[in-house]
Structures are given as structure tokens and as C-alpha cells.
Ligand binder design. Sequence first.
Ligand code: FPP
Length: 248
Amino acid sequence: MRNLEDKNLPRHIAIIMDGNGRWAKKHALGRVAGHRRGAEAVRRIVRACRSIGIPYLTLFAFSSENWQRPAREVGALMRLLSEYIQSEIEEIRSNGIRLNVIGEWQTLREHIRQLLEDAMAKTAKNEDMIWTIALSYGGRDEIVRAVKLIAEDVAQGFLRPEDINQSVFHRYLYTSDLPDPDLLIRTSGEYRISNFLLWQSAYTEFYFTDVLWPDFTEEDLNSAIREYQRRERRFGLTAEQVKRWEKL
Ligand code: FPP
């Protein structure tokens, strides 16, 4: 592994890929050109995470609010996603990566939904890395959806209100089969969570960088991981308690 210590690697990295539009503006190009370069950064970072041995990677590709962007930009983003899946699926499959999608992606156009379903089916048996794409995703929507599903199960007698706890709640989220993110990276100098993985990031380490997403490289990823490795995660305990716990 290049330039990174094996010790204390994050198991789950989540990324808010931001700054495609500003990258395009900086280069006097249209926004879609920025997204196209953003898709190249996706390719680099998926490959890098796989080669480092990160078992879970989650990328925020399209938020529930992104539907309000100009129709042309939304269409271009969907086209880029579908081109990406078609051109990369074979590499993804042969590299042991399982594709997973979260969000209201079932409401996407038939063609892209079919493409995603096929890609997930083709890679379903892979176990080396789970790459999750958040599409038409919103953290608050996800929580409200979980509450509705729980209410239905209670109404049907499958669940008793007194049995609802954090781990039961987790089972009703889109991310029920993923661990919480250890490290959440946001590019482009914005310091917000923007409705991404709200429940799941309760104890996540945040890393913000000014680098615009299309410029984000494997070395930038390594820097984020190194910074994560330097941090002490306490989960509400004291430093002394954590030290004792680590020795066990
Ligand atoms: C944020 O930049 C980025 C997005 C809204 C879309 C992310 C999409 C990609 C990286 C390309 C396709 C994705 C995959 C998975 C192949 P912005 O447009 O908000 O940038 P700005 O804030 O500078 O305007």
C-alpha cells in the first residue's frame, strides 16, 4: 500500500463530491464539463479505495434537492451516470466491488433504473468492497421513511413500540447493511453536511478540503486518511477510557 500505514484505516469512507460547477467556471467551461471531470475523479477514487483495501465507500452523487437544478444539467448528470456504469461495470465486477444504490433511485427513468439494477445484480456476489452511490438521496427523507416503515410494522403487529431502539431503527434505514461511516470527506471548501447520512454520521470524523472534486486525487484521499489516522475517536468516553479499551 502506498504512503499509508495499515493501522487504523477507516472501514467506511463517505464523500460529498462538491465543486464541479466551480471547477468548470474556473476553466471557463460549462457546468456539464465540470461534472464530466467529476466522473473521472469518481473513477480514480473508487480504484484508489479498492487498492488501499477500504471495504465501504459511499459517494453522494445526486441529492433529493438536486432535482431543482436546470433540467439540462439534471439530464446531463443522469447521462453521465449511465455512461459511467456502462463503461465501468466490467472493471467493477472483476475487481470484487459490489455496487449498491441508496435513495429514491426507483423513481429515476426506466433506462437508468434498469441499468442500476443490472449492475447491482452482476456484482451482488462481490465482497471485497461495497461501493454505494447515493442517488436522489436525502438524509431527512431517509429518516422519515424509516419512521413510516416502523409505524407500519407496529400497526401490523410485527414490532412492539417498547422494542424500538437504535439498532432496530438502523435496520429500517437504506444503509441497514452498512457500518456507519468512519470518515466523511467534503471537497470544495464548504463546511456542511447537506442532508447526507444524518443518522449515520453521529460519530463520524469529518474532513474538509478546499480541493474541488474534479481535482481530487489519490494523494488527496491519502491525506484525508492520514489525518483520520491521527485523530482519537472517543465516542463520548474520556481519553483514558479509550486507551484502556484499546488495550483490551
Ligand atoms: C457537486 O458539484 C456535484 C454534484 C451535484 C454531482 C456529482 C456528480 C458527479 C461527480 C458525476 C457523476 C457521478 C458518478 C457516480 C459517475 P456542484 O455542481 O454542486 O458544484 P458547485 O457547488 O461548484 O456548483
